[in-house]
Ligand binder design. Sequence first.
Ligand SMILES: O=C(O)C(=O)C[C@H](O)[C@H](O)COP(=O)(O)O
Length: 209
Amino acid sequence: MQKNIADILQSAGVVPVLVIERAEDALPLAEALLKGGLNVLEVTLRTEAALAAVEQIAKHLPEADVGTGTVLNGDDLRRSVDAGARFMVSPGATEKLLESADKSDVPLLPGAASASEVMGLYERGYRYQKFFPAEAAGGVAMLKSLAGPLAEVKFCPTGGVSPNNAADYLALNNVVCVGGSWMASSALVQEKNWAEITRLSQQAAALKF
Ligand SMILES: O=C(O)C(=O)C[C@H](O)[C@H](O)COP(=O)(O)O
């Protein structure tokens, strides 16, 4: 069943941003995250294994809302939809990408890092946006400033979010969820340290509401 982006993000709290190098890791990794209480998973299209990983998670773990990240163009968008992604995330937005997204039934969470970018996306109907790169682009202070004139827009800050600052972001009225890679770092996945990924996910899930 198709879900809208608001429902997906509201149920998330914390969205793990995943870099999966080996397709064989996809299911144990997703299971470890789910066991820890994280149900919305973003698989970045930065590796060759990414689409196969999305396909496997979509097929075998329907309780996970799996989406793709690092979606940069129309091709990435189409390949994401074909693999079974329920949502797609881009670090920014281009005219071409947004035109492709207009034709897709699967929702896009486009990225913005300035008032003008936020306004441009809002004009096109995007009430939910990724704030990227969150820490480098002004962090909590920047989001507080945007909340005044652009209160209608809700953000998923990503980039530099960690256990040290996630709660500060989640406390803001214009933050719907946060994204981050800390609970499933490349090193932990490489070591297949699923127990530690579950432990860190439980901590992240506890930040939720
Ligand atoms: O790949 C994308 O689409 C991105 O936009 C980048 C990711 O969101 C960040 O790499 C996650 O940031 P960290 O939690 O600081 O590792």
